[in-house]
Design a binder for this molecule. Structure first.
Ligand SMILES: Cc1cc2nc3c(=O)[nH]c(=O)nc-3n(C[C@H](O)[C@H](O)[C@H](O)COP(=O)(O)O)c2cc1C
Ligand SMILES: [Fe+2]
Ligand SMILES: [Fe+2]
Length: 406
């Protein structure tokens, strides 16, 4: 029966992925307002057929129907597991049951994970870095990309057509709403969701991303088939360049100012610092209330802007809890190229300022001198401190982007 949900990429390759508009939080914590796709591909080598990556288990019926639509009554010979995260493997045990002759292609680490997660120990082909495996009249070459973003992560390359199956790399949030190819889609629809995906999921491993990009640079890549988001058949360099830019952590002129506040005093400090920066000629300022704005977007914005200013009240001798979460995550991100300022408030012994200071010391960022810390309501000298912090951030931005202030 005809199944228009499978999309022919070329004579021997078909898209058989699925959309997920049910999961609200990716990995249980990252909002998915536009959903996400789990991409999967069927490579037909004539007398042998290979599946590349699977989908998340709730979509198993659609997935099997897509596979059947392309295979007819032929058998499935191989399944490549480029990445073990269950959004791509939780349907694998069902697949193995349906196609008992199937051979699973993975690396040494994948083998361990297959056993650990799914008790799968047989019919596994273990490939080494750079190894080529014949799939009928075509072949796949595998390159390990450790920690992009799991230890077993690898990519597969089909050299006859120059296709890279890149697993999570070069992917993004967002379902494929009809069109699946880069030349059919308005990239602006996806760009912010790709950046948010990168910064939420892959960003912490940017060093490994740079390493992977370097390792793949000599391949003649004509098309990229990732595990999430659009298929890059026309201009794969667009997504490679975006990932390269993000992984090198090039920041832009602007400030993300995040505050937490229960009764408005710390919020007032935030507004004053922002006004002070504006008085000094800084335009790109985002003030975000940490209790109202998703952590996922805050992380994406923190990646983007050179300036980061955080402020919150003391809460039980430490940071306001939502700020604690943000600071914890930023501490894991290993971000570079930032100028950092912080401010705090308290009523008796304080404590938030100490935790900000400890975070600042651990970071490799440029730290601003003035750290307003207000007891209760703002006094004259507190206002002066806020203005001073704003001036210091403005001066730093002017130093880093002199050409923008001529
Ligand atoms: C639940 C709670 C816990 C607090 N814990 C502390 C604390 O441990 N030490 C301290 O100096 N102030 C503490 N404070 C006081 C706040 O830091 C202070 O009221 C601050 O001005 C609140 O800022 P805001 O108006 O921006 O919410 C606490 C306040 C609340 C409501
Ligand atoms: Fe993943
Ligand atoms: Fe994934």
């Amino acid at each position: 029966m005809k199944n228009p949900l499978t999309v022919k990429i070329n004579d021997h390759l078909t898209y058989i992925g699925v959309n997920d508009r049910y999961t609200h939080l990716f990995e249980g914590m990252w909002p998915l307002p536009d959903g996400v796709s789990y991409n999967s591909y069927l490579l037909d080598g004539g007398d042998e057929v290979c599946l590349l990556d699977c989908v998340k288990i709730p979509s198993i019926d659609e997935f099997l129907s897509n596979i059947r639509a392309v295979l007819g009554d032929r058998d499935l010979d191989y399944v490549v597991v480029n990445h073990m995260e269950p959004d791509h493997t939780s349907s694998l045990p069902v697949l193995v049951e349906r196609f008992p002759n199937i051979k699973i292609i993975g690396n040494k680490k994948t083998k361990e994970f297959l056993n650990n997660y799914y008790d799968l120990t047989e019919n596994i082909i273990v490939v080494k870095d750079g190894e080529e495996v014949k799939i009928g009249n075509t072949s796949l070459t595998f390159y390990t990309t450790p920690m992009v973003h799991w230890p077993e992560s690898m990519v597969a390359y089909e050299k006859s057509e120059g296709i890279l199956f890149s697993q999570d790399a070069f992917g993004g949030y967002g379902t494929l709403d009809g069109p699946i190819f880069d030349d059919e889609i308005n990239f602006d629809f996806y760009k912010d969701e790709i950046i948010r995906y990168y910064t939420n999921i892959v960003g912490k491993y940017s060093v490994q991303v740079v390493r992977a990009l370097d390792k793949l640079k000599d391949l003649d890549i004509k098309m990229i088939c990732p595990d999430h988001g659009m298929v890059w058949r026309k201009n794969p360099s667009v997504i490679v360049d975006l990932y390269a830019k993000l992984s090198k952590q090039e920041t832009e002129n602007g400030v993300l100012l995040v505050y937490g506040s229960m009764y408005g005093h710390t919020e007032k400090m935030a507004e004053m610092i922002a006004r002070s920066m504006a008085d000094e000629g800084i335009s790109n300022i985002r003030i975000r209330n940490i209790s109202e704005y998703p952590l996922s977007n805050l992380i994406a914005e923190a990646w983007r802007y050179r300036g980061i200013i955080l402020g919150c009240p003391t809460y039980n001798v430490g940071l306001f809890p939502p700020m604690h979460h943000l600071v914890w995550d930023l501490g894991k991100q290993k971000m570079k190229n930032h100028t950092f300022g912080y401010f705090s408030s308290y009523s008796w012994g304080g404590g938030a300022e100490k935790e900000f200071a400890a975070f600042a010391e651990k970071s490799k960022w440029e730290i601003l001198e003035t750290k307003p810390n207000v007891k209760g309501a703002l006094k004259e000298e507190d206002i002066e401190d806020c203005i001073q912090l704003g001036k210091e951030m403005a001066a730093a931005l002017k130093e880093h982007y002199p050409e923008e202030y001529k």
